[in-house]
Design a protein around this ligand. Structure first.
Ligand code: NAP
Length: 310
C-alpha cells in the first residue's frame, strides 16, 4: 500500500497507538512516525523498542509538521492535550482521536484547534484488557469496525484520506454521527463493562463463596466477566464520566429488565424466561454470522490450556 500521510504523530503511546503504529508500519501507510507520552518511562520504552521513528519530549514538539495527529490518551485528557498542541499544528493537517466517547471529546478538543486544521474524530471498536506501549499488535483492527465520527460537515478529501488510512490498518470503516455513536457504544460496550465491573465486585463481596472457589470454578461464565472487568481503570472511569446521559438511559433500562426477570423467577414464569433467553441466543447467532466472533465452543479456548485472550 502507498504512503497516505508523510508524517503521523501519536499523542499517547498505549495499546491503541502502539497497535496503530505496528499495523501502519506493516502496511507502509506513513513516511515517518513521531510519538510522545506523558511519562518518561513510556517514552523510554518507546525509544528502547524503536516503536516510533522519533520520540518527542512533549506533545507540542511531536505535532510539528505532522500531516496526521492522533490523540490516543484517555477521554478525560483529550482537552488538555488539544490545548497544548493547538498553536503548533501544521495548517491543513488532520487531527483525529481514538476516544471511546465522541460528543464529550469533540466539546473538549474543538475549541483549542485552529480553523486551518481538519478535526475528524474516530473510534476503533477493538481493544483488549491490556494497556501500555507493549500491549499493541498489528492485527488488532483486522475485521473490526472503526467508526469515523465527524462533527457536522468534514472536508471530503480529508475524510476520504482518513478512511483510507483506517482501511489500511485493517479496519472496516463506517461513518457515524456523534450522538448516535455514544448511544450505540453505550449498549454494545460501555454498559457491558459496567455490568462486568459490578458482577466481579459482587463476587468479591460474597464471602459465602470463598475466593479460591470463585477462581477455581470461574469457567462457568464468571471468567468472561473478569476479563472485561480487568480493563484499564482510568480509561473506563473517563468513559462513564464523559457519556453520562447515555449511561443513565441504558442503566435505567437495564434495571427494568433485571427486575422483569426477577419477577418472572419469583412467579416461576418459565415461559417468559425461555422466550427471553431464546431471543438473546439469536443475538449471539447474529454476531457470529456477521463475523464479529467465533462460533467455536467457549470462544475457541483450548480446554485445559487456560484459553486464548485478547
Ligand atoms: P493505554 O494503553 O492506557 O495508554 C494511554 C496513553 O495515554 C499512555 O501513553 C499514557 O501515558 C497516556 N495518558 C494517560 N493519562 C494521560 C494524561 N492525563 N495526559 C496525557 N497522557 C495521558 O490506553 P489505550 O487503551 O491505548 O486507550 C487510549 C484511548 O483509546 C482512550 O481514549 C480509550 O478510550 C480509547 N480506546 C481504547 C480501547 C481499549 O480497549 N483499550 C478501544 C478503543 C478505544 P503514560 O504511558 O505515560 O502514562
Amino acid at each position: 500500500m502507498s504512503v497516505i500521510y508523510e508524517r503521523v504523530a501519536f499523542i499517547g503511546l498505549g495499546l491503541i497507538a502502539s497497535s496503530m503504529i505496528h499495523a501502519g508500519r506493516r502496511a507502509g501507510l506513513q513516511g515517518e512516525i513521531v510519538g510522545t507520552a506523558r511519562s518518561p518511562e513510556t517514552r523510554a520504552i518507546a525509544r528502547e523498542d524503536g516503536l516510533c521513528d522519533v520520540v518527542a519530549e512533549t506533545a507540542a514538539e511531536a505535532v510539528k509538521d505532522a500531516d496526521l495527529v492522533v490523540l490516543c490518551v484517555p477521554v478525560g485528557a483529550m482537552g488538555k492535550v488539544a490545548e497544548e498542541i493547538g498553536p503548533h499544528l501544521k495548517p491543513g493537517c488532520t487531527v483525529s482521536d481514538v476516544g471511546s466517547v465522541k460528543r464529550a471529546v469533540i466539546e473538549a478538543v474543538k475549541p483549542h484547534l485552529p480553523e486551518s486544521v481538519h478535526f475528524i474524530p474516530a473510534h476503533p471498536l477493538a481493544g483488549t484488557e491490556h494497556s501500555g506501549p507493549r500491549a499493541g499488535f498489528a492485527e488488532l483492527f483486522e475485521n473490526r469496525y472503526t467508526l469515523i465520527v465527524p462533527d457536522g460537515d468534514a472536508d471530503p478529501a480529508a475524510l476520504a484520506r482518513l478512511e483510507r488510512y483506517w482501511a489500511g490498518l485493517g479496519a472496516h470503516v463506517e461513518i457515524m454521527e456523534p450522538e448516535h455513536h455514544d448511544l450505540v457504544l453505550m449498549v454494545t460496550s460501555h454498559a457491558p463493562h459496567l455490568i462486568a465491573y459490578t458482577m466481579v465486585g459482587v463476587a468479591d463481596d460474597l464471602r459465602r463463596v470463598t475466593d479460591s472457589e470463585v477462581i477455581k470454578y470461574s469457567a462457568a461464565g464468571f471468567r468472561d466477566f473478569t476479563r472485561i472487568a480487568a480493563s484499564d481503570p482510568t480509561m473506563w472511569r473517563d468513559v462513564f464520566l464523559n457519556n453520562r446521559e447515555a449511561t443513565m438511559e441504558i442503566l435505567g433500562r437495564f434495571i427494568e429488565e433485571l427486575m422483569r426477570l426477577q419477577r418472572a423467577i419469583r412467579k416461576e414464569d418459565g415461559d417468559l424466561l425461555f422466550d427471553y433467553f431464546t431471543r438473546t441466543r439469536a443475538i449471539r447467532r447474529g454476531i457470529i454470522e456477521a463475523g464479529q466472533d467465533t462460533a467455536a465452543p467457549d470462544f475457541g479456548r483450548g480446554h485445559g490450556k487456560g484459553g486464548t485472550e485478547g
